[in-house]
Design a protein around this ligand. Structure first.
Ligand SMILES: Cc1cc2nc3c(=O)[nH]c(=O)nc-3n(C[C@H](O)[C@H](O)[C@H](O)COP(=O)(O)O)c2cc1C
Length: 432
């Protein structure tokens, strides 16, 4: 059987990477220093066999999630998967997404959906990317590097967290054209200036200010699992680790991760663990003056993450923000928060700024639903880590492939030739 293949040839990387078995057909030159050509070619046979075998065994994100849970020590799984409180806010995301119906189309003739879009002045071959996750390196050994490389190959944004296990200098050069840096706001101005300068020098183009962590939250599932901050391998945790050899061997090789960017500002607090530095250094509840300061000191695109209330939009517009990231932090901060997808149409009606969406995406169809409701771009955080934990470094590329395939197939059902056609296929918005 001959299958069509989409291969991205990254001129700079100088290698071919098999991306999709779907009927995507697209030729595009990327921007900046890394021209990229998407076209139909046959991938290397071994890579092709590997991808087909992954497609057969793990055709959906749910397959990756199930395997990830089996391969991670319980405290790591709970760190990644949990929310706060009774987890209604975490569950509400996927539940509300699935209530959104789109109208299929008939007699629209042959078509090849175009999944590309533009955001913040850059074109993107796919309308989704990788959101920030603190201490990714605890979830899977060297997670930040694997995710940054996979993002560069797929041509999608990778957002590095302030509290990641790697520094901007390590990750920026790996992340390709779409390296985003997420800021938990340092209280000290000199540190703030230095962090921005380091992110810029390392190639990060977009700055994301997270504003939905005004105080630390309680994560009861994490606490029950025995996870402490910083992580300490007690006898109880070692019992969990012993059941997960792949994770254990990776960590034995690399050592338990630390928040390396935060550690680099240890100063007088050098005796403290990195989580204590983080609590001290990062002012978690910035105000309008802080945002104005940031706008004045970052000349690239500035995104504010964690916005749910349309009433906040005039203030953010006046502050000169370039895009709004609708998020409830995956239900990890405030269990009374609404599902992001319920706020999305309200936000769309209230602003012309680009809207980035996250919260409970379970597959390509959910991405289409968010785009149909007015999102300009969709981010995912946990799913990429499910993929990494399930399949190691091959996981993120596999996830990008099945998401693109799912989107392409569903756009064919909808008769949507491009993502801009999706709002026209929306039947109704979820009740708010
Ligand atoms: C383990 C974990 C750590 C996170 N760390 C950060 C972080 O450092 N900065 C941030 O802005 N958001 C952080 N988030 C929130 C995610 O970026 C995202 O908003 C949220 O998980 C919803 O997306 P999802 O449903 O695709 O996971 C974290 C989420 C998880 C699950």
């Amino acid at each position: 059987m001959r299958l069509p293949f989409l291969t991205r040839i990254t001129a700079m990387a100088g290698h071919n990477t098999y991306l999709s078995t779907t009927n995507l057909r697209r030729v595009q030159w990327g921007e900046g220093r890394r021209p990229a050509l998407w076209c139909w070619t046959r991938p290397h046979p071994l890579r092709q066999m590997r991808a087909m075998s992954l497609d057969a065994r793990y055709p959906a994100l749910s397959d990756l999630k199930a395997r990830a849970q089996r391969r991670l020590p319980r405290f790591v799984w709970e760190y990644l998967d949990s929310g706060t409180g009774s987890e209604q806010a975490r569950r509400a995301g996927p539940d509300a997404l699935q209530q959104i119906a789109l109208m299929p189309s008939i007699l629209h003739g042959e078509m090849t959906p175009d999944l590309g879009t533009t955001l913040l002045g850059q074109s993107h071959p796919l309308p989704f990317g990788i959101g920030p996750v603190g201490m990714s390196g605890l979830i899977w050994p060297d997670a930040e590097r694997h995710l940054a490389r996979a993002a560069a190959v797929a041509g999608i944004p990778y957002t590095l967290s302030t509290v990641a296990a790697q520094t901007p200098e390590d990750i920026g050069p790996l992340a390709g054209n779409h390296a985003w840096f997420q800021l938990y706001p340092p209280r000290d101005e000199a540190i703030r200036l230095d962090m921005l300068a380091r992110a810029r020098a390392a190639g990060f183009k977009v700055l994301v200010l997270t504003v939905d962590v005004p105080v630390a939250s309680r994560r009861e599932r994490q606490t029950r699992s025995g996870l402490t901050q910083p992580p300490r391998l007690t006898a109880r945790l070692m019992t969990q680790v012993a059941k997960c050899p792949a994770w254990a061997m990776g960590m034995a090789r690399l050592g338990l991760p630390r928040m390396r960017l935060i550690d680099s500002y240890a100063g007088d607090t050098s005796g403290l663990p990195s989580t204590a530095h983080a609590g001290y250094l990062l002012r978690t509840s910035p105000d309008r003056a802080y945002l104005d300061w940031l706008r004045a000191h970052w000349d690239g695109p500035l995104v504010v993450k964690g916005v749910l209330d349309p009433a906040d939009l005039p203030m953010l517009e006046a502050a000169g923000v370039d895009a709004i990231w609708i998020s409830n932090h995956g239900g990890r901060q405030f269990d009374g928060a609404p599902a992001t997808v319920r706020q999305l149409p309200l936000m769309r009606r209230a602003t012309d700024l680009p809207l980035i969406f996250d919260g409970g995406v379970t597959g390509g169809l959910d991405i289409l639903r968010a785009l149909a409701l007015g999102a300009d771009f969709v981010m995912m955080a946990r799913p990429w880590h499910y993929a990494l934990a399930a399949l190691g470094p091959d996981g993120p590329a596999h996830l990008a492939r099945i998401l693109a395939a799912d989107m392409s197939s569903n756009m064919g059902q909808l008769g949507a030739r491009r993502v801009g056609d999706l709002p026209g296929r929306l039947i109704g918005t979820p009740a708010t």
